[in-house]
Design a protein around this ligand. Structure first.
Ligand code: GLA
Ligand code: ZN
Length: 683
């Protein structure tokens, strides 16, 4: 466990209070009261750390780090590149991003630097190295936090300046070698879009090229590569005089950076979680989304991750920002831990008095000191976590299922020009994931580069793009006994968006032959019977033929393709492959996955059907293999979470012990409103 604890704390921005020593003293006193053991310093501190070019003022930071150290509080130290000081943008305007329309940004805001700019890289490396030299060996500094939410808000994520255009051309030369290869991969003959000189290539922008889909894909890959290059440059700089691990804080499914690619250069994954709780009375959609994101972060290294930011209560950037209802703070914090987080960190410790985030929630408000509901609820988390450290140390979740979520597939499938123009890939994948969540069956969220060994079930909804090697990997997975689920509009195109010809790359495994795809308007919607219930076939209805040996589990009922397969299953080697030819609804996905889980003997940890709004997650020792049929052995921590704001009774198989209170349950577990219990199985 990093720092030897479950970390509890968050972003601390004391540079706003340097002229109020009494505030700084109060901060440390109240941190102790709230059970804070770790804070993140320096996230946007560049202008205070380097008030003029090359002049570093680190004294204030050192004093604060030392005072925190004396109070037993650890520090995650950030590099300051998340926001640029005005002297930098004034002297070197090329550090500011150029937008799609070709205009350069004016100074201000944050997260909007050109990641290619050599000056930006030099200036960042210089301050990072200075931070490394001064703080890299401090006893209470435990982790480097690179920049902040790379590519994040207030920018469209990409820079279109001349330096970036040139770097893009170099990146393409490296990838394709010759223009001939590039033209082929991009299908350049079409509309006379063949390039005869590398300088003819520009980033895709609305007033330029937007019709060459492979160009867009490569541009997105290049943008990711530049962010990776920038981040790796910063990691080298902070590690110059320090052996500490490094992370950067991710957002959730952030389209502009392929996080799986960025993860390769990081030691630890961390992310910032801001679910929209209380948007509606039903908290399940928000809970599913948060669980999906936590699971994805964990899956990137198959290791515990850090929840780097979360809101102690409100945020300030949605149209309406509800306060967290009593109990939700504890539950949402425990949810992160349940899915593999070794921390609960907040944005931020104390509300600033002015500017953009003065109404964003914080542990300490403008008024009332520690005498607030938010402070009390945060302190409860601070009291609870230490009691779980012993149980959770060295554990992480080891699901037997994986759901595919691949950035390149996302870029490709949402950029298609037919059969529909309104595909929402993350939404679609999360609908499938929800069927897992509702049944308390955990899943890793992986991309096409993942190692699939150890999984019994892999589900790949809307898997339009097949990266090279993916079909072979799935074939071997199924042959070896794995169960594979995929849907309509899968296996359509390769990595440069060239359609496969002849047959689906997995036709032998899936046993279906794709022919047409109907994207029906509402009046033409179809339906199919599955397990005696009728379900809608909407939006995307693929017309496929079943090959000999493929079981047709359901057929369309209407229109000229009535009788054609809607759901199929085929045995291949030791395993099975399911094909869902049509988009349907949640009630179908629930029913369908229930059957799939049954057929591969997968159960949730409690071995019972969970009531709506309740889910379970299991952390087991990293050295231990997942227990048989998902039933937890003693020593495992089983989290049961109730996202309903009312008590429920949860059925369970066997006898369970509450790891925190020692209470035992047999057959039934009473759950409080928004409650979370951590259980172990009694022998
Ligand atoms: C992001 C940033 C923080 C803060 C929060 C507010 O996560 O990293 O600096 O602005 O949003 O929700
Ligand atoms: Zn640029």
């Amino acid at each position: 466990m990093l720092g030897g604890h479950l970390l509890h704390g968050g972003d601390y921005n004391p540079e706003q209070w340097l002229d109020c020593p009494e505030i700084l003293e109060e901060d440390i006193r109240l941190m102790k009261e709230a059970g804070v053991n770790c804070v993140t310093l320096g996230v946007f501190s560049w202008a205070v750390l380097e008030p003029e070019e090359g002049v570093y003022h680190f004294g204030w930071l050192e004093e604060i780090i030392d005072n925190l150290g004396s109070a037993g509080i650890q520090v995650i130290l950030a590099t300051p590149s998340g926001a640029m000081p005005h002297w930098l943008t004034q002297k070197y305007p090329e550090v500011m991003q150029v937008r799609e329309d070709g205009s350069r940004n004016l100074p201000g805001k944050r997260h909007n630097f050109c990641y290619t700019s050599p000056v930006m890289r030099r200036k960042t490396a210089a301050i990072d190295e200075a931070l490394s030299r001064t703080f890299g060996k401090k006893e209470n500094v435990i982790l480097w936090h690179i920049s902040n939410e790379l590519g994040g808000n207030f920018s469209d994520g990409a820079c279109h300046c001349e330096a970036c255009q040139n770097a893009f051309r170099e990146w393409l030369k490296e990838k394709y070698g010759t223009l001939e290869q590039l033209n082929q991969a991009w299908w350049g003959r079409f509309w006379s879009h063949e390039y005869t000189d590398w300088d003819q290539i520009h980033s895709p922008v609305p007033r330029g090229e937007t019709t060459v889909t492979a160009l867009e894909l490569d541009w997105r890959r290049f943008v990711t590569a530049q962010f990776c290059g920038f981040c790796e440059m910063e990691i080298r700089a902070v590690k110059k005089y320090s052996d500490l691990p490094a992370t950067t804080n991710y957002m959730d499914t952030f389209k502009n950076i392929d996080y799986n690619r960025l993860s390769r250069g990081l030691d630890i994954i961390s992310w910032d979680n801001y679910p929209f709780w209380h948007r509606e009375k039903d908290e399940v959609p928000a809970a599913v989304r948060a669980a999906f994101n936590h699971s994805m972060m964990r899956s990137m290294k198959k290791q515990p991750f850090l929840l780097m930011e979360s809101a102690p209560s409100v945020i300030n950037w949605r149209e309406n920002n509800p306060v967290k209802r009593p109990g939700m703070h504890m539950l949402s914090s425990m949810q992160a831990v349940a899915h593999g987080s070794d921390s609960v960190q907040y944005f931020q410790w104390r509300k600033g008095r002015g500017s953009y985030e003065k109404f964003h929630g914080a542990v300490l408000d403008h008024k009332n000191g520690s005498n607030t509901r938010v402070f009390r609820e945060v302190s409860e988390v601070g009291r609870r976590l230490p009691g779980l450290e012993h149980l959770l140390d060295g554990t992480v979740n080891h699901p037997e299922a994986a759901v595919l979520f691949d950035w390149e597939n996302w870029w490709a499938v949402e950029n298609i020009t037919g059969p529909r123009l309104d595909l929402n890939y993350p939404g679609y994948v999360m609908d499938h994931y929800r069927a897992f969540w509702e049944q308390g069956i955990e899943a890793d969220i992986v991309d096409m580069n993942a190692d699939l060994s150890g999984y019994r079930l892999v589900s790949a909804p809307l898997n339009y793009m097949y990266k090279s090697g993916w079909a072979e990997k799935i074939r071997a997975f199924v042959r070896g006994g794995g169960v594979f689920v995929t849907t309509f509009f899968s296996g359509m195109a390769d990595e440069t968006d060239l359609c496969f010809t002849g047959s689906h790359p997995l036709e032998d495994v899936l046993g279906v032959v794709q022919e047409e795809i109907d994207a029906p308007s509402e009046e033409f919607e179809n339906r199919f019977l599955y397990s005696e219930n009728a379900y809608p076939a909407v939006r995307m209805c693929e017309i496929v033929h079943a090959k000999e040996g493929t079981e047709v589990l359901s057929v369309y009922e209407r229109d000229f393709y009535a009788g054609f397969p809607a759901v199929t299953r085929r045995s291949y080697g030791e395993g099975q492959a399911y094909y869902l030819a049509a988009e349907s609804d949640l009630s179908f996905l629930r029913r369908f996955y229930e059957d799939v889980f049954d057929s591969c003997g997968m159960k949730n940890a409690l071995g019972a059907k969970l009531p709506y709004g309740v889910t379970a997650a299991v952390r087991t020792s990293c050295r231990q293999k997942p227990a048989d049929a998902g039933l937890a052995d003693s020593g495992e921590a089983v989290f049961v979470m109730n996202f309903r704001n009312e008590p429920v009774s949860v059925e369970c198989r066997g006898d369970w012990r509450d790891a925190e209170t020692g209470e035992t349950y047999s057959g039934k577990i009473p759950m409080e409103a928004f409650g979370c219990k951590v259980l172990s199985r009694t022998k």
